[in-house]
Design a protein around this ligand. Structure first.
Ligand SMILES: NC(=O)c1ccc[n+]([C@@H]2O[C@H](COP(=O)([O-])OP(=O)(O)OC[C@H]3O[C@@H](n4cnc5c(N)ncnc54)[C@H](O)[C@@H]3O)[C@@H](O)[C@H]2O)c1
Length: 349
């Protein structure tokens, strides 16, 4: 079997995870890594045995005869990279959010369609075991009609202040709300019709990172079902995990409760525990846990899915259209927070 030849753009925290996932995959040749910061690209290439390093994505695409690329650069930088790659006939796996404007999402979707290439957005919670179980149960009708979803996805203050150098150019809504909105809509399987959002700021701005502290969003769906979504970036550093992820799904015939953060499948207490992440007691068991030197977890599964889609020429389970809906919802949420009123989404299926 011939290997699928791919490249990576963006060798930061999440791009490094992509590099590791690709180099572990028996059917992938990760041929090149590109980053504006050459040292970073070189470091990742050396760590994972990648032959070529670039600082210019156009040069990488022209020289490497790739079939696909991962785009793992900061949120607002995805579009020109995706368009360059699509123009050369490459399949794309782009990190969430697809883009920060609706116009850019539409541009990427129509370019990918015209070129006949796959455009997948990395909504990896669709591979997260408890969420996938819930999705299956809902689709099988086990809950009856879903009337309500509560969804919390938040981080400790470590993420905006110590992990993401570009946190002030983004928001917790783009970083985590995007996942929460995507997973909620995917679980619900209904058309969202109206959004009402409020946000609060002050704590992070006081710490020198000028971005909101939290968002609370109420989403209406076409048949009157509701969702409440909560995203903050100010959980205490001493929290038992870096991320607080929770979901409750209520249907006419049953309910599902998901708590991958506090499921207590593993807890470790040492003298460092009080300092929180990276010494928090509840280690990651789902996203990218390392088992016998191999990176496992649902974040790896979504990347493998992209490879499968290229290999078998199948459409991905998370598309550019899902990315477009997400960006529309976030823009409408921001508008709602600004005017203090609900915003009708006016979405046609
Ligand atoms: N799916 C998830 O759960 C998840 C988790 C973390 C990050 N992300 C997403 O991944 C993306 C990257 O996040 P990160 O945390 O790795 O950021 P990061 O800051 O650690 O890394 C980004 C890298 O991109 C490089 N870069 C910027 N512009 C570039 C360009 N035009 N060409 C080449 N390289 C460029 C930077 O030099 C940097 O090395 C973001 O869109 C983020 O939202 C997704």
């Amino acid at each position: 079997m011939d290997k699928v030849k791919v490249g990576l753009v963006g060798a930061g925290i999440w791009g490094t995870m992509h590099a590791r996932a690709y180099t572990q995959h028996p059917l992938v040749d990760l041929a090149a890594v590109c980053d504006l910061d050459e040292n970073r690209a070189r470091q990742v290439a050396e760590q994972y045995g990648v032959a070529h390093v670039y600082t210019d994505v156009v040069a990488m695409i022209e020289n490497e005869n790739l079939q696909g690329i991962s785009v793992a650069t900061p949120d607002a930088t995805h579009t020109p990279i995706v368009l360059e790659a699509v123009a050369k006939g490459l399949h794309i796996l782009v990190e969430k959010p697809l883009a920060t404007t609706v116009a850019e999402c539409e541009q990427m979707i129509s370019a990918a369609k015209a070129a006949g290439v796959l455009l997948m957005v990395d909504w990896h919670n669709r591979w997260n075991p408890p969420y996938h179980h819930a999705w299956q149960a809902i689709r099988a009708g086990e809950l009856g009609d879903v009337r309500y979803i509560y969804y919390r996805l938040s981080d400790t203050v470590y993420v905006p202040t110590k992990m993401l150098p570009w946190a002030a150019q983004s928001t917790v809504m783009w970083f985590l709300g995007s996942h929460a909105l995507d997973t909620t809509c995917w679980l619900m399987g209904k058309r969202p019709t109206r959004i009402y959002c409020q946000k609060r700021a002050g704590m992070l701005a006081g710490m020198g990172v000028d971005t909101p502290d939290l968002y609370v969003t109420l989403l209406d769906f076409e048949d009157g079902a509701l969702a409440i979504i909560e995203n903050t970036w100010i959980l205490p550093q001493a929290s038992p995990a870096l991320i607080d992820h929770k979901c409750e799904i209520l249907g006419t015939q049953g309910a599902i409760y998901i708590d991958p953060t506090h499921d207590r499948s593993f807890a470790k207490y040492t003298p460092q525990t009080i300092q929180g992440f990276p010494n928090a007691p509840f280690a990651d068991m789902f996203i990218t846990p390392e088992i016998h030197g191999k990176q496992m977890g649902f974040a790896v599964e979504s990347i493998s899915h992209f490879v499968d889609c290229i290999y078998h020429n199948r459409p991905p389970l998370a598309t550019g259209h899902d990315g477009l809906l997400n960006t529309r919802l976030i823009q409408a949420a921001e508008k709602s927070a600004q005017i203090g009123m609900p915003v009708d989404l006016g979405l046609d299926r």
